[in-house]
Design a binder for this molecule. Structure first.
Ligand code: ASP
Ligand code: MG
Length: 449
């Protein structure tokens, strides 16, 4: 019998407070196929935890940040009809949080950081389960670390799919007959049982991984927007919500800067053909975007995304005789750092590519090492202050007039690098960051308005 199981994930703004969690609980209860609920930390909490993890703070400052988190969590607790049901557990979690936050090595040990970062999801799953129970449905809070096995690259862990599949079948599946299972996004555990996290925004990825492990047929991502838009509605109010997207288009969009989904979310969905829905938990009646294998329409232009904080790296070997094997050596260095290069152009002796470089990020740290290693074998030029703009669509390589339409629209801007993606779903270029908003606007007008 084909599965009807649905995994529903609720983001930070959806579980921000008692009232917003009411909407989530209603959405869960209304769909009898929803047996697994994955939650993020309440909005703002992970940012506070990151602050505690990464900054050397005085004892008073630590107390202040923890107080901000307590206020958010206790506001939810105190609205519960029977706070006493979960009060002890929530206080125990807050104590655990404080213990990590005050650990003298917290700023230096990534394993401790992950233990601390996981607290937001561990608290919100407890509270969300309690609110679903209040509405008369049996719900339990399940510790995702029992099943979500990862490697031990703390703060940016990679899931181990086979083990997750086995553990989920063994330990999670039997629970679904008994109750609605509420569990934590973003969090995992390594083979020694130590807490790991999947990187910021990782809860979407968790939902897709659990959907895959449990053979679900659908995975809903509930957030604060009514689906995926033709472009970021903050850039232009002409942006329109999209009723459908293909897996490939969604993956391109997430990779190239659309903030709605964590970029890895589409991988499990694609592997198992799980349909993914994106909608707003505040306005579920407005519908949302369905992401699936076969779309009704495959237009040449679907959406425009922008990715900020790109650095443009050009490497050049001065000696032609090294040209052979040069590319291989460049890529070896990049691969060693586990960087993914999305935009690249090559000539015989020079290669240009972009690196994602958000300030204070893990990638910024890795980029430094990469550039150092590269400068040992060749000339390296690094330029900052670029954004990448990507048009996502279908058959962009072959359809006549597709690229000319794009280039006509942006002819007034200086495009630094132009790339067709390795597949047929994207065309990207790199522009000065001061121009990127305008570039997106004129493109949107030309392609969608
Ligand atoms: N709470 C984590 C974050 O803010 C994970 C997530 O929300 O997806 O990054
Ligand atoms: Mg998120």
């Amino acid at each position: 019998m084909p599965s009807t199981l649905n995994v529903a994930k609720f983001g930070g703004t959806s579980v921000a407070n008692y009232l917003t969690i009411q909407n989530c609980a209603d959405i869960v209860i209304k769909n009898e196929n929803t047996k697994v609920v994955v939650v993020s930390a309440a909005a703002g909490v992970t940012n506070y935890l990151v602050l505690l993890a990464n900054t050397a703070l005085t004892s008073e400052q630590i107390a202040e940040v923890i107080e901000k988190i307590r206020i958010i969590e206790l506001a939810i607790l105190n609205e519960l009809k029977k706070p006493s049901d979960v009060e002890d557990k929530l206080f125990a979690l807050l104590d655990e949080l404080e213990e990590y936050a005050r650990h003298e090595e917290i700023n230096f040990r990534d394993d401790l950081k992950d233990a601390l970062l996981s607290m937001g999801e561990r608290m919100s799953s407890l509270l969300v389960a309690a609110i679903i129970r209040e509405k008369g449905c049996h719900a339990i809070n399940f510790d995702v670390r029992k099943v979500l096995r990862t490697d031990d690259r703390y703060t940016q862990a990679t899931p181990e799919l086979e083990t997750i599949g086995k553990l989920a079948q063994q330990l999670l599946l039997p629970e679904l007959d008994k109750a609605i299972v509420v569990t934590q996004g973003f969090v995992g555990a390594d083979a020694n049982g130590k807490t790991t996290t999947l990187g910021r925004g990782g809860s979407d990825f968790t939902a897709a991984l659990l959907a895959e492990a449990l053979n679900a047929s659908t995975c809903e991502i509930w957030t604060d927007v009514i689906g995926v838009y033709t472009t970021d509605p903050r850039i232009t109010d002409k942006a329109k919500p999209l009723p459908e997207l293909s897996f490939e288009e969604a993956a391109e969009m997430a990779t190239f800067g659309a903030k709605v989904l964590h970029p890895a979310t589409m991988e499990p969905a694609l592997r198992r053909d799980i349909k993914v829905f994106v909608g707003s938990s505040k306005e579920p009646e407005k519908g949302g975007t369905w992401i699936r294998r076969n779309c009704e329409h495959e237009p040449p232009f679907r959406a425009i995304t922008r990715r900020k904080d790109q650095v443009l790296v050009t490497v050049k070997t001065p000696k032609m005789m090294y040209a052979q094997g040069f590319l291989a050596r460049v890529f070896e260095i990049i691969a060693k750092q586990d960087l993914s290069v999305d935009l690249i152009t090559t000539s015989e002796i020079a290669v240009s590519f972009t690196l994602d470089n958000p300030p204070n990020s893990i990638s910024e740290k890795m980029n430094k090492d990469t550039l150092k290693a590269l400068s040992e074998i060749c000339e390296v030029k690094v330029e900052h202050d670029f954004d990448a703009v990507t048009v996502v669509g279908n058959n962009m390589h072959s359809a006549a007039g597709v690229s000319s339409k794009i280039f006509a629209a942006v002819s007034n801007f200086n495009l630094r690098m132009i790339c067709f993606g390795a597949n047929v779903h994207n065309l990207s270029f790199v522009v000065q960051d001061k121009d990127s908003e305008e570039v997106v606007k004129v493109l949107h007008a030309a392609l969608f308005e």
